[in-house]
Design a protein around this ligand. Structure first.
Ligand code: MN
Length: 296
């Protein structure tokens, strides 16, 4: 079984379909698609990509984690935020089964823990280097896999609360530690040694913040992280780390955009080693970003 991780799609359903077509012609039906989140918004086809991905998830051939744009959609649906002119999520909000899409999304995970090793025996081994977490933006540099899982499960239970008032209160909460976990997993780019985190990239002029994965790498964890969210950083291939947001939807913003898929070798004993050439790069079909600007 080939597992295919896909970076931030953001409504670029044509490029996502190209990944699927290529997967079918290469692996038949013997593949799974794992999305790092931000399936929706900014691009042209938010509902179409959700449909395609939900089909895969419900047939047991896909996993997703929530990104900040899915969270933004939940905020709009809960009446906690207005749509902005740059948002392209109204196809979901105006769908006759909109409520069902929102409920499906809020039941999706914030972190998925897995192993890339094909054989169960290998994943039990103490030297297994193929265990990983998939999150949208970042993990806390100090967290082991078990802690990522525990904290994500707690926050997910709050998001998927059957009581929609409790769900709305949780989304709106300011000082709730579980709400902070949601925000960190879906939005963090930099951290400070004192434990603070920020949505912004590290500031060149300030030494107090650095990329979350710099500090994470110094902790010498024995698991990998597959993530997205950081289009300006671009493809990030480092030991234990695969950052897959290559800004498909930002094509035309003074740079080329493309959708990245990562296809780790299921036979490898160290799939997070470098160098690594196991990527597909799907060029953006259009200059989505310029298109959005001109229609605002
Ligand atoms: Mn994001």
């Amino acid at each position: 079984m080939q597992r295919i991780f896909v970076g931030d799609v953001q409504g670029c359903a044509d490029e996502f379909e190209e990944v699927l077509d290529r997967a079918r012609s290469t692996f038949g039906s013997d593949f799974e698609i794992w999305s790092v989140g931000d399936l929706v918004n900014r691009g042209p086809d938010s509902l179409r990509i959700l449909r395609a991905m939900r089909d895969l998830v419900e047939s047991g051939r896909g996993r997703i984690v929530l990104g900040n744009h899915e969270l933004a959609l939940l905020h709009v649906a809960a009446g906690l935020r207005e749509l902005s002119p740059r948002d392209t999520m109204s196809d979901i909000l105006e769908a006759p089964d909109s409520r069902d899409w929102i409920d499906w999304l809020r039941a999706q995970p914030l972190a998925v823990i897995g192993t890339l090793a094909e054989s169960g025996a290998q994943s039990e081994a103490a030297d297994d280097r193929s265990r990983f977490a998939m999150v949208h933006a970042a993990v806390h540099p100090d967290w082991e896999l078990s802690e990522i899982e525990r904290r994500a499960r707690t926050a997910e239970a709050r998001l998927s609360d059957p009581d929609s008032r409790a769900f709305r209160q949780f989304l709106a909460a300011k000082e709730d530690p579980d709400r902070d976990v949601v925000a960190r997993l879906t939005r963090c780019r930099s951290v400070s040694a004192s434990g603070a985190w920020s949505v912004d990239p590290p500031d060149e002029d300030s030494s107090s913040f650095e990329a979350w994965h710099e500090l994470w790498s110094r902790r010498r964890h024995r698991y990998g992280v597959v993530y997205g969210h950081w289009a300006r950083q671009g493809l990030h291939v480092a030991p234990g780390l695969r950052g897959l947001d290559t800004g498909c939807v930002h094509h035309g913003r003074g740079r080329d955009g493309y959708l990245t898929a990562w296809l780790p070798d299921p036979e490898s004993r160290d799939p997070f080693a470098i160098p690594d050439e196991s990527f597909w790069h799907i060029r953006a079909r259009r200059a989505y970003y310029a298109e959005r600007l001109s229609t605002v």
